[in-house]
Design a protein around this ligand. Sequence first.
Ligand code: SAM
Length: 267
Amino acid sequence: MSSFSIAWLDLREGSDFAARDKTLVTQALNWLGQATDRVSPDRIIVDLGAGTGSTLRALSKLGANNIVWRLVDLDEKLLDEALRRHGKNCLIEDYQADLTIIEELPLTGAHIVSASALFDLASSTFIDALVARLDARKTAVYAALNYDGTTTWSPAHPLDEKVLTAFNQDQHRDKGFGPALGPDCTGYLQKALENNGYAVTIQPSPWQLAAKDHAMLTELINGIAAAVSEGYGLTAQALEDWKNFRIANVAEGNCTVGHWDLLALPR
Ligand SMILES: C[S@@+](CC[C@H](N)C(=O)[O-])C[C@H]1O[C@@H](n2cnc3c(N)ncnc32)[C@H](O)[C@@H]1O
């Protein structure tokens, strides 16, 4: 599994929230409000790869309430942080579990299975198995903030395109689910869900980063440079020049990173 620090998840959360397509969230919450097939009055959202609870915070801000949140993550310290932040005010069932053990995921009774910034780490095998476990008549899917392979920088640098090509290749590295779909994940997930009978809508949710996001941009630049430092034919010197140029421009320039949000509703 790749590990994600609380500091990095906190740093990106404001940009993630701004980027989320709000119409899909509204549609998801409207659908949830009208779900009639429930045995109990509880609305259950199972958030896969929940981290510190970013999906919970975003959906709560946008009107979700009276939800039983099943937060699933392999990383105990992230789940503990989610409980520390929300355990008193929200109904949380926390599950420290490996998502790849699909048959053990706590999906029973789920109204929505959600995930933010997760599916681009996942493989086609994982998505196929997960979708096969979903009850397409009863369980919606909300998958936000999946990277689409586009990153544009201003001002431009001559190495931008090569770095991006290398980074997008690296996005397919195994992150614990088998070969990752990376930028291909939204299309793959959409097709898998449609084949399983869902009505699927996707909307762009790009990060729009500028001077105010300098701390996040600096982390992003360091992360990209580290990811492409070996195996992609970029010399250490060229990459160092790119990184220094990019960091020197975080307070002046801007950057757009493409993502997509997806909502799949039972028909
Ligand atoms: C990019 S982070 C996103 C976290 C959170 N959804 C957010 O938007 O802030 C990916 C999350 O998936 C979790 N994760 C990755 N692989 C996993 C696996 N095999 N089983 C369970 N959780 C996993 C990580 O621990 C991390 O919390």
